[in-house]
Design a protein around this ligand. Structure first.
Ligand code: ATR
Length: 285
């Protein structure tokens, strides 16, 4: 029986077991997916011995995503730019680290908004944390013509550009020209040409301050999405929906980021995010 776990601290409220146990049952697979809450000073030891305990892989959540990146082989360029991984595949004692947030972000938009075309116009990205790195990386490779990046601490936005620069192939340097960094104070005006607005900050999440933004200048056909999914409809999404913008909530990103891990651990193809699964997870929020 294949064993997988999610490692975090705290981890008790992780929604990942609901998702993976749903698929284990749906696809009739003998396997297990459990929560392992590990104190930070015990992480390295626990992580590096997973294969000895019979695990075929794991998910890694806060605060261990960067640590897991350091302790595993990055799967691709994406992981190097993000500098963090959330999914580990163990094969013959080798740990390969994937970051599936970028995949989850794009899939969520593609599945929720079939007619959306990434190539059609600029994307405005709010925030420059780990989630923003995944979002920016995936947008660049979806051929978004321009990304306007805003963050309260502008140095963190510049760090993302530098990390892209270091990791990018020489023949891909043109994509850096598409990343434009502007001050956080200019966020209301920055929306005027956008076809996509993404909040990757923690603002608007239950227990956090609201995101203070005026979206009057945003074109009415621009898609608005938030990676925050508690609450499911953030104030940003609510304002956007009320003025007629198409909106995509953040829960889908959580659901789709789980797909690649499940497929690789359990050798299952075409794993689906069904309405039934979404309902189950929504009930836990
Ligand atoms: P994650 O890795 O989940 O993206 P993070 O690295 O803590 O989390 O990033 C949180 C993001 O929310 C950052 O972009 C942060 O801005 P700073 O880089 O300036 O810290 C943003 N954020 C958090 N609180 C904020 C606030 N009160 N105003 C503006 N931005 C805020």
């Amino acid at each position: 029986m294949k064993k997988v776990c999610v490692i975090g601290y705290p981890a008790k409220h992780s929604l990942s077991p609901v998702i993976h146990n749903y698929w284990l049952e749906k696809y009739n697979i003998e396997g297990s997916y459990e929560i392992r809450e590990i104190e930070p000073d015990k992480f390295d030891d626990f992580f590096l011995n997973l294969h000895k305990e019979g695990y075929v892989g794991c998910n890694v959540t806060l605060p261990f995503k960067e640590k897991a990146f350091e302790l595993s082989d990055p799967f691709s360029f994406t992981e190097k730019v993000i500098g963090a991984v959330n999914t580990i595949i163990i094969e013959d004692g080798r740990y390969v680290g994937h970051n599936t947030d970028a995949y989850g972000f794009i899939k969520n938009i593609e599945k929720s908004s079939k007619e959306f075309d990434f190539k059609k116009g600029a994307a405005v990205v709010l925030g420059a944390g780990g989630a923003a790195r995944a979002v920016i990386n995936s947008l660049l490779f979806k051929d978004v013509p321009e990304i306007i990046l805003l963050n309260r601490t502008i140095e963190k936005a510049e760090n993302i550009r530098n990390d892209l620069h270091v990791n990018i192939h020489k023949n891909q340097e043109f994509i850096l020209e598409r990343l434009k960094i502007i001050p956080w104070e200019e966020r209301n005006e920055a929306l005027a040409e956008a076809k996509l607005l993404v909040n990757t900050t923690s603002l608007g999440m239950v227990g956090q301050p609201e995101l203070d933004i005026n979206i009057d200048k945003l074109p009415k056909d621009a898609l608005v999405t938030d990676i925050v999914y508690r609450p499911l409809e953030t104030k940003l999404l609510n304002q956007a929906r009320e003025r007629g913008n198409p909106v995509v909530d953040g829960l889908g990103m959580l659901l789709y980021q789980a797909v690649p891990g499940f497929e690789l651990w359990f050798k299952e193809e075409n794993v689906e995010v069904t309405p039934e699964l979404r309902k189950k997870v929504e009930a836990m929020l």
